[in-house]
Design a binder for this molecule. Sequence first.
Ligand SMILES: Nc1ncnc2c1ncn2[C@@H]1O[C@H](COP(=O)(O)OP(=O)(O)OP(=O)(O)O)[C@@H](O)[C@H]1O
Length: 437
Amino acid sequence: MINRATILLVDDDHAFVELLAMRLESNNYLTLRAYRATPALKILQSEAVDLVITDLKMAHMDGFELFEKIKSDHFGMPVIMMTAHGSIPDAVDAIEQGFLDFINKPINSQTLLHTIEKALCNTVKASLSNTKHNYFGISFKSCAMRQVVHHIQALAPNNVNILIQGESGTGKEVAAKAIHQASGYASGPFIAINCAAVPSHLLESELFGHKKGAFTGAINDKTGLILSANNGTILLDEIGDMPLDLQVKLLRVLQERTVRPVGSHTEHKINVRFLSASHKDLQQAIVNKEFREDLYYRLNVVSLTLPSLRNRVEDIVLLANQFVDELSSHSKTINPQAMTHLLNYAWPGNIRQLHNVIEHALVLTPGKLITEDTILKALPTQHKRHFQGLNDAKKQFEYDYLKKVLSLSEGNVAEAAKLAQRNRSDFYKLMKKHGIS
Ligand SMILES: Nc1ncnc2c1ncn2[C@@H]1O[C@H](COP(=O)(O)OP(=O)(O)OP(=O)(O)O)[C@@H](O)[C@H]1O
């Protein structure tokens, strides 16, 4: 379980602090409040704070002065500054002085949460920490997964339908189980059905059940999976593969909260939490008329996206070692060269593929050490390197820099060019090179 982060809010506008605290607490953060810089410093001496968000303009001691004191007494403490809307000089100063980030007032909720999560992940504490986490079966170390788990912690207790998206094998079912276990339905059943794996003519009866004699082959009454999941959670996996006629019936179930088995006249009331998952782009499926838009909005009250494994390399080492421990009875280890190949692989099949590769490598390893040769044999030959070389890393830096400067200047290219100390035509060229319009 990951701990809830504690955020210290500092601003002399009491009402604003209260509002901000409410927003953050409803997103599963703990908050501490200070209405001036001096009490904020006192709080920092006595409480375990993970992040400070401070206003710039405050009576007695402003945000910059507060930041200087925090830097000297609490090394590594991430501090985000709030700036008045459009105040580019303040924002530039803040970044130059070493503030981790800045947020413009009035504050947009999405930007706020994104900035906070980014800051918490980038702290000195987080980057030095070697902590592995396990949240109801989700093992992780990466910031990307930390954000997902944080999201799950906030969403699980609310009975909203969640659509879980992500490439195949990224752990959508594992995430669904974690949501179930962290929710009020945890004492009830968790049932998963893969809509793509059941022949379409059987899917309806599988989900809703049937009465004896409802169709050829219905020799007994059958309870459907939705009813079996009563007081618990059902995961409709690969929902994008559900036939259109069944989508209409599912929509009705979600609206009425009742289920009628095939061939029956009886409606059964249900109390089930619906989670669905898909590796397909459902919005594209709507455009292609393969998925109903009304059902999409019912299922996707909130969406959760799982990052692909190549975007969370810190988890590769953790998961590879975990799978070795789970799958081998004798304590085997992966040697560093072999691990480098695992880190360099693109993992199109994500965690499931990593699991299979480790399983394969273990079969090929009679001794205690899984070597480079063995890993190369176990990995599909057409694997491509994705670990960034220096040139790619430089390009990425340039791209991120341009985006940051443009964000500081709120899209004003002339202003951005000035900040970057380039003339305007150079700056346009750089933007063009990176496809930024
Ligand atoms: N964070 C994790 N920690 C440990 N094991 C994991 C994690 N995430 C996924 N796995 C393992 O990876 C495999 C694939 O996970 P899962 O079935 O949840 O993926 P999925 O996204 O639902 O796949 P698909 O799109 O094919 O349905 C499983 O064996 C699962 O146990």
